[in-house]
Design a protein around this ligand. Structure first.
Ligand code: ATP
Ligand code: MG
Length: 359
């Protein structure tokens, strides 16, 4: 075993598929007990990075240590210390939630009693006690994803890989999954979470790496990333054009240093960059009411992933995407690392079929 204080340490990882460079000289460090976000649009290389780090795919270049073990030289050891929740669930629909967890425990060589005890602990931890004896077929999307998370935690992994854990979930279910991920951190697990949602990375991650066509183009805390990108903007739509100028003066009170309020007369909208979104919103709403400025709509808007991309790269997230009518992944068998982890989903590289989140 090589010693390292990092849960994940990757240096110069590279993976090519023909002319496509799926991952290009990718470096990453993840500290124990933290969440590292990996943010990028379809085809950015997120799943490729996760598959290499979870030993399912061999890189063409570079090296990576996960839980202190080299993914290429010692994949078995790595697998003992990781959990993986892929883009597709690995659950048995025909049996109950509790039974699923017991089956996973047995797969990991726990005896019957220990498997049952671990299942109960995890049901409790992921708030599934009430649903434990119902068939998974009856579970909501959020419950399934939580059960998936529980299954990946059977052996209390040092590093957990979550590949787009909230894709396709409604806002309530996303919140449930976020809560579940937060609860993992208490146990010291390091999480590498891929997402196409800026707000998800913002809510969960201690640090966020942004991927663009296989290249890492930023790696920072969500706050610093957003600050660098201009951050939150307050938007006010006034009922009458005559109120535009007074509203502009109110917004000037909360505009962040160096920023400038803007007017869109046609939409009767004024906007301004702000530092503290809640303080700005409450202050503007109060002062407008006091001054008799009739507001039709008010809100604070966070930058979308598209805006992040535009600022970082000068091009839109979807510009130059491959033609969706041509198969993006012609070679699903390219898997020389083998698939020793029974918690691995059927195909974590399967396309999610989801677009970048727009507000
Ligand atoms: N087995 C494969 N054969 C050929 N090309 C592949 C293969 N796997 C991935 N690619 C290509 O590598 C690039 C990165 O794909 P990857 O699946 O890592 O992206 P992603 O960021 O996970 O995207 P998504 O958000 O759609 O899941 C894409 O251009 C993809 O088409
Ligand atoms: Mg993917």
């Amino acid at each position: 075993m090589e010693t390292t204080s990092h849960a994940v340490l990757a240096e110069g990882l590279t993976k090519r598929y023909g002319a496509t460079c799926a991952l290009d000289d990718f470096d990453l460090t993840v500290a124990p007990g933290t969440v590292q976000g990996l943010l990028g649009p379809n085809g950015a290389g997120k799943t490729t990075a996760v598959r290499i780090l979870s030993t399912l795919l061999r890189p063409d270049g570079g090296r990576a240590l996960v839980a202190g073990h080299d993914v290429a030289k010692d994949p078995r050891r790595v697998r003992r210390h990781i959990g993986l929740v892929g883009q597709n669930a690995a659950l048995d629909e025909a049996v109950t939630g509790r039974r699923n967890l017991i089956l996973f425990g047995r797969l990991f060589h726990l005896d019957k009693r220990r498997a049952a005890r671990r299942a109960d602990e995890l049901l409790e931890r992921f708030d599934l006690v009430e649903a434990a004896d119902r068939g998974v077929r009856q579970y909501s999307g959020g419950m399934r994803r939580r059960l998936d998370l529980a299954a990946s935690m059977i052996l209390a992994p040092t590093v957990l890989f979550l590949d787009e854990p909230t894709t396709g979930l409604d806002p309530r279910a996303r919140n449930e999954v976020w809560e579940a991920v937060r609860s993992l951190l208490a146990g010291g697990t390091a999480v590498l979470l891929t997402t196409q949602y800026l707000d998800e990375a913002d809510k969960l991650a201690d640090r966020v790496a942004v991927l663009d066509r296989g290249r890492k183009i930023a790696d920072d805390t969500p706050d610093r990333l957003k600050r660098e990108l201009g951050g939150d903007r307050i938007e006010v739509v006034v009922r009458e054009a005559a109120h535009l100028q007074p509203a502009l003066r109110v917004l000037a009170l909360v505009t962040e240093a160096g920023g400038e309020p803007l007017v869109d007369a046609e939409e009767r909208r004024v906007t301004a960059p702000v530092e503290d979104r809640v303080a700005a919103l409450t202050h503007v709403a109060r002062v407008c009411r006091e001054e008799g400025i009739a507001i039709e709509d008010i809100g604070v808007r966070r930058p979308t992933l598209d805006e992040v991309f535009l600022r970082l790269t000068g091009h839109r997230a979807h510009e130059g995407d491959p033609d969706p009518t041509t198969p993006a992944r012609p070679d699903p068998s390219a898997d020389p690392g083998g698939r020793g982890d029974p918690s691995a989903p059927p195909d974590p590289s399967a396309p999610s079929g989801k677009e970048v989140a727009h507000r």
